[in-house]
Design a protein around this ligand. Structure first.
Ligand SMILES: Nc1ncnc2c1ncn2[C@@H]1O[C@H](COP(=O)(O)OP(=O)(O)O)[C@@H](O)[C@H]1O
Ligand SMILES: [Mg+2]
Length: 260
């Protein structure tokens, strides 16, 4: 399997929750498949949802200064000068990820943007790594993206099987979803779908359907006590991932079916 999925949406809608549940359930349904979950949101905390121990903090790739210097030939934090724009990155996912139950977590980290056109060593590494993850690996990659989906470039977006825009019921979702759709379309992502999350009633579903004409709806995920409780306890929801609700399983199956 070589499914590539990006999960986007406004802050707080459930991107990180959904990313971890999808990554875990794909891994559970396909034991022979490798799944990489990418933490590409500066405020994301995918580790908790994946059940990965957070007591030893994971160094984000953007902070691997020595490695970045070695691979690009430039000192991180510098701008301009000469450094390679296609550094070796193919060993990074295995070396710097942490695995649990068939899902590897890779934390990208953030790059201090010096204006819009920053070509610093850190962003060069992240771009190259993102390209490698999407184009160069025969694995399932699920990316928890910040709203800007900035690490995805034009070169890679054509190979993204779906950009999943997570929305909550409410009129404001539309504006956020439209913005992300525009970003996704601009960089060439063809399949952009909406996933309703925190659904409490049929009215919530209706509201999302009616307020988002022209969007394919991937599914509706209910508001779940299990998620709220695990958030409180700092544990992962659905520790036995085979016991996830039917709605979530249906979404996972639809996504698996996108694998060409
Ligand atoms: N389906 C759901 N049912 C109950 N709580 C949810 C659900 N989805 C998300 N949450 C809660 O909403 C909050 C935000 O979720 P999170 O995944 O961190 O959002 P994001 O990554 O988009 O900022 C968290 O407290 C999470 O536990
Ligand atoms: Mg998040």
């Amino acid at each position: 399997m070589s499914l590539k999925l990006a999960v986007g949406g406004k802050g707080g809608v459930g991107k990180t929750t959904i990313t971890s549940l999808i990554a875990r359930s794909i891994a559970a349904l396909n034991k022979e498949t490798k799944v990489i979950a990418i933490d590409a949101d500066p405020v994301a905390n995918l580790a908790a949802g994946l059940g990965i121990d957070e007591s030893k903090p994971i160094t984000p790739v953007s902070e691997l200064s020595d490695l970045i210097a070695e691979r690009t030939g430039a000192k991180p934090g510098t701008m301009g000068g000469f450094f390679t724009l296609n550094p070796k990155v193919d060993d990074i996912p295995d070396r710097f990820s942490i695995e649990k139950d068939g899902v590897k977590l890779l934390v990208m980290g953030t790059v201090q943007q010096g204006g819009s056109g920053c070509i610093c060593p850190e962003s060069t590494i992240l771009k190259a790594l993102m390209t490698h993850l999407v184009l160069g690996r025969n694995e399932v990659v699920v990316m928890d993206m910040e709203a800007g989906i900035e690490h995805l470039g034009r070169a890679t977006s054509g190979s993204v099987d779906a950009l999943i825009v997570v929305v909550n019921p409410g009129k404001r979702s539309r504006v956020a979803a439209d913005k992300i759709r525009k970003l996704g379309t601009d960089i060439g992502i063809k399949n952009i779908v909406v996933l309703g999350n925190r659904i409490k009633s049929d009215d919530d579903k209706k509201l999302i359907k009616e307020s988002m004409p022209g969007y394919e709806i991937l599914g509706f995920i209910p508001e779940m006590d299990e998620i709220a409780a695990s958030d409180r306890d700092g544990t992962r929801p659905f520790d036995d991932i085979t016991k996830i609700p039917e709605e979530l399983l249906a979404v996972t199956r639809k996504l698996i079916a996108l694998d060409a």
